[in-house]
Ligand binder design. Structure first.
Ligand code: NAD
Length: 433
């Protein structure tokens, strides 16, 4: 099949490369000429394990092409997939500027029947708007479909080639046949539904996962006060098949480009039809607060943070990605600077992206975990990268001038830290002092 994917971000690039891997002829389009140049030269603009190699193999096999020429790429395609960003507006609503712009360009390039499908996360009703916009620009036949994306950064290739499910929202049999055929080799469950339900499935899924995270974080906060261990509690809860074990890891809250914006967008979608989504509002509120538990624990251990040096391990919103959008580290760094402390930061891959958002002279940028820990009064683990979990903690303790270890992701066990002289503050588990 000839497929054109618009947008080569985390979603568009991974999808394009994976469709090529399945044997299709794929054009990946982006308006960012630098990105396209990098991709054409065999580079990859994001950190995603395995993606670079897969992209090169498929380019060499002649199945994968990159271009800024949207209209040329759309002309040949049977299927056009929109995977541009849908960031938040200040109101919390999804900003559909990029989707609209892409649709206008697609409309101008249409030259025969195509299925145009929206993979970007978009509010309920957006596909109808896409249909309207397209029909204003092109009089010939076409179909639209909603194809929400569920991949996770860091495991994006596996999630795309072996997903839990494929959701196809369409009112056209022709589009439904084309899209189910495309995904059949993935050997997974395919749910064909109406367009609005497909759009809602994406938001409802992310809102539910965010709810699980905020729920276990609140349980963790209570565990700290009643001296229970949230990891044991989560284990016990997760054994119940009605609950399941995933997304029950207590920590400093969710971040990234999806959960924060999709939860606020769903609150707005509900608000637009005069529904007050109280539960989800609390989920968002709990999440905003949770990151500051790191600061409270620092105060508890050190008193005033003025003049203190605080090492931060991990800036990305989760391991195995360089994405720092809405990462808890952003606000933790801001608060430390406000309080007169010096953050010494290190992340294996997200340093450049973080610097783009926070190029503050008060931040000390380090080139290793040990360098960040050196001479610091306290060390806070914010992202559970494997290299932090496997580090020699005795060496780390020896390099620090202080003794405080705040484990914001429960990355270490009590056995790993006990006897080393740390004051150890995990999340929802007893601290060691
Ligand atoms: P991104 O910001 O990383 O990438 C979007 C890309 O689209 C950019 O490279 C941009 O230059 C390009 N673009 C914008 N307008 C364009 C146009 N008119 N023509 C060509 N290119 C254009 O975004 P992302 O993280 O890949 O997310 C894309 C969508 O998928 C969003 O709606 C997001 O909510 C959703 N989503 C993201 C994830 C994730 O983990 N990142 C997971 C599931 C769903």
């Amino acid at each position: 099949m000839n497929i054109t994917v618009i947008g080569t971000g985390y979603v568009g690039l991974v999808s394009g490369v994976c469709y090529a891997e399945l044997g299709h002829q794929v054009y990946c389009v982006d308006k960012d000429a630098e990105k396209i140049e990098l991709l054409l030269s065999g580079g990859i603009p994001i950190y995603e394990p395995g993606l670079g190699e897969m992209s090169c193999t498929n380019m060499e096999a002649g199945r994968l092409r990159f271009t800024t020429d949207l209209s040329g790429a759309v002309a040949d395609a049977e299927l056009v997939i929109i995977a541009v960003g849908t960031p938040s507006l200040p109101s919390g609503e999804a900003d559909l500027r990029f989707v609209d712009a892409a649709v206008r360009e697609i409309g101008a390039a249409m030259n025969g029947y195509k299925v145009v499908c929206v993979k970007s996360t978009v509010p309920v009703g957006t596909n109808d708007r896409v249909r309207e916009l397209l029909s204003e620009l092109y009089e010939g036949p076409f179909d639209i479909a909603s194809l929400p994306e569920f991949l996770r950064e860091g495991t994006a290739i596996r999630d795309t080639l072996a997903p839990d499910r494929i959701i196809i929202g369409t009112d056209s049999q022709r589009a439904s046949k084309l899209l189910s055929g495309l995904h059949e080799p993935l050997n997974t469950r395919i749910l064909i539904t109406d367009i609005r339900s497909a759009e809602m499935i994406k938001y409802a899924s992310n809102a539910f996962l965010a709810t699980k995270i905020s729920f276990i974080n609140e349980i963790a906060n209570i565990c700290e006060k009643v001296k229970a261990d949230v990891t044991e509690v989560a284990k016990g809860m997760g054994l119940d098949t009605r609950i399941g074990p995933s997304f029950l890891g207590a920590g400093i809250g969710y971040g990234g480009s999806c959960f924060p914006k999709d939860t606020t967008a769903l609150i707005q979608i509900a608000g637009n039809v005069h529904y007050d989504f109280k539960l989800l509002k609390s989920v968002v509120e709990v999440n905003k607060e949770q990151r500051y538990s790191v600061i409270s624990k620092l105060h508890q251990a050190l008193g005033s943070l003025e003049g203190r040096t605080i090492a931060l391990w991990g800036l990305a919103f989760k391991p195995e990605t360089d994405d720092v959008r809405e990462a808890p580290a952003l606000e933790i760094v801001d608060r430390l600077i406000q309080l007169g402390a010096t953050p010494k930061v290190y992340d294996p891959v997200a340093m450049d992206n973080f610097r783009r958002l926070r190029n503050h002279p008060g931040i000390q940028w380090c080139s290793s975990a040990l360098e960040a820990a050196k001479d610091s009064d306290a060390l806070c683990l914010l992202t559970e990268w494997r290299q932090f979990k496997e580090i020699n903690l005795a060496e780390v303790k020896a390099a620090m001038s202080g003794t405080v270890l705040i484990d914001g992701r429960n990355a270490f066990s009590e056995q790993q830290v006990s006897g080393l002289g740390f004051g150890y503050y995990p999340v929802g588990r007893p601290s060691l002092q």
